[in-house]
Design a protein around this ligand. Structure first.
Ligand SMILES: *Cc1c(COP(=O)(O)O)cnc(C)c1O
Length: 508
């Protein structure tokens, strides 16, 4: 308790004022002015971030960044919002990566749309929690409507259901969890939720392509199956799962006495942005009674595009799907979903707590989204961002953004193909291009040049590139994710890559 409040000599009024002052930081009915001032000042910093940033990164080195942060003393709070935001500016905003600039072309970070940012203001201040109806009445049904809308885009019928999650990795975990528990319940009459893993769980096998997201491996471990449960299936010349090799891999595992339970196909691989052949894979899954999970964290963008939707053909046969709105729907982090084709499968994860979602409650009358959530109880109303985006911009416009990105990706691939200084590994359905700078046969090892180029451009702050390894070799990677990025921007970036490549040649 604040000691000033206990001082007897103070008049009642002073006590009242100082008490008001003491509680001025709580967001409540008497702190509207305080709130408005803080938000306005924060917004000014955002405006500056947009105005002043000409480069995607300041180039600050980790040792300098660490020192700045370490110098802050938590025992001496700052006197006002001005000084608070000044400090945050120095520590964070000035060195934040600017995803909205064309020279940011590294990872799967989209520029965000403004209706979603308006939604964020509401989400954080009103602070609804999506677990039960009594914590989020409208939010419960708005989230459900967005899940229904997404299911419809996938080609599912009204049996589908799902939930917003924190990200694609979590959604993938839900897919494999349902696959594992469903297999055991259906084919072994064993309830993993109650009894733990069955004796032969170490023989369970999950098939993914060589280019599937690493969360599959982590999730197999989290699920108690170990990474050994993951079987890598060979790929075609565009780094997509090869259905012929998938069939062979399944047969091989059965022959070894192992138990295939699921396939995770990737719609839009993280490195190459290509979609596994979903139609063929879904037929193989059906023939072998395997759960099919489609990781469309990246490729869900294709749902928006009339022109390119056909690439997802077959996704409607999947048992479950991962959607990352914060990757491909221009949404701020976090915004993601897990969708199942048959809502009954979600019953696997239901767990009742007397204080929150008691068993005897009628959930048709009084819904509780928590019944569908695996690891989040308290959960943000992230769905409002997608809601505002769809209501204000509409699906068609988002689809056109996606088409533009894919078009820029195709033209960039042509540029790389036609330039003798570049080696492009393959074309992309989405706009992820893996390539490297080469300069004649006499050059030093291409891995070193390309590593040099990436690092040089990063610490100059001029261009942020991604990189990856293919067959042990180092490659650069573009993830084209901004509809505002023009071919001229790309040419400018390619020139900078060449200049730095030439510099390296001269220095070595
Ligand atoms: C990014 C990505 C994920 C992980 O999603 P997060 O939202 O980062 O957890 C999963 N799968 C693919 C193919 C991805 O590209």
């Amino acid at each position: 308790m604040n000691s000033t409040l206990k001082t007897n000599e103070m008049s009642n009024k002073t006590v009242l004022n100082s008490q008001e002052d003491f509680y001025k930081d709580i967001f409540h009915q008497h702190t509207n002015d305080e709130y408005a001032q803080a938000i306005q000042l924060a917004q000014d910093r955002v405006t500056n971030f947009l105005k002043e940033n000409k480069k995607p990164f300041s180039g600050i080195r980790p040792e300098d960044m660490r020192k700045k942060v370490e110098n802050v003393d938590f025992d001496t709070p700052l006197p006002d919002y001005e000084s608070l935001l000044d400090e945050v500016d120095e520590l964070y905003v000035k060195h934040a990566t600017a995803f909205h600039l064309p020279e940011y072309i590294a990872h799967l970070n989209c520029p965000v749309v403004i209706p979603a940012l308006a939604a964020e203001v509401l989400i954080s201040a009103i602070n609804s929690s999506q677990d039960t109806y009594d914590q989020s009445a409208g939010g419960t049904f708005m989230e459900r409507k967005l899940i229904d809308w997404t299911s419809e885009q996938l080609g599912y019928d009204s049996d589908a259901d799902g939930i917003f999650t924190a990200g694609g990795s979590q959604s993938n975990l839900m897919g494999l969890l349902l696959a594992r528990d469903y297999y055991s319940l259906e084919y072994q009459k064993w309830n993993i939720k109650l009894d733990g893993l069955p004796p032969d769980a170490s023989k369970f096998r999950i098939f993914v392509s060589d280019k599937a997201h690493f969360s599959n491996h982590k999730n197999a471990w989290i699920l108690g199956l170990g990474e050994q449960a993951i079987v890598h299936v060979g790929i075609d010349d565009r780094y997509r799962m090869d259905p012929v090799q998938l069939e062979k891999a399944i047969a091989r595992e059965i022959e070894k006495g192992n138990i295939p339970i699921a396939i995770t196909a990737t719609a839009g691989t993280t490195d190459f942005g290509n979609v596994d052949p979903l139609d063929s894979i879904s037929q193989i899954a059906r023939r072998n009674n395997l759960w099919l999970h489609v990781d469309a964290a990246y490729g869900c963008a294709l749902l928006l595009s009339d022109k390119h939707r056909h690439l997802l053909s077959g996704i409607e046969h999947a048992d479950s799907v991962t959607i990352d709105y914060h990757k491909s729907f221009f949404q701020p982090i976090s915004s993601s979903a897990f969708i199942v084709k048959n809502k009954l499968h979600l019953n696997i994860i239901k767990h009742h707590a007397d204080y929150l979602n008691p068993k005897e409650q009628n959930y048709d009358a009084l819904p509780a989204q928590i019944n569908k959530s695996i690891i989040q109880s308290t959960r943000r109303f992230d769905a409002l961002k997608l809601w505002c985006t769809l209501r204000y911009m509409g699906k068609e416009k988002l689809g056109q953004y996606t088409d533009t990105i894919i078009e820029t990706g195709k033209k960039t691939a042509e540029l790389l193909d036609n330039d003798e200084n570049f080696e492009l590994l393959c074309h992309s359905d989405m706009g992820a291009l893996v390539f490297r700078y080469i300069n004649g046969p006499a050059q030093s090892h291409p891995c070193n040049v390309n590593q040099y180029i990436k690092e040089k451009l990063f610490f100059s702050g001029e261009v942020l590139l991604a990189s990856t390894k293919v067959n042990g070799e180092f490659y650069l990677k573009f993830t084209i994710f901004n509809p505002l990025t023009t071919l001229n921007d790309i040419k400018h970036i390619l020139n900078l890559i060449k200049q730095n490549g030439n510099d390296y040649q001269r220095l070595n």
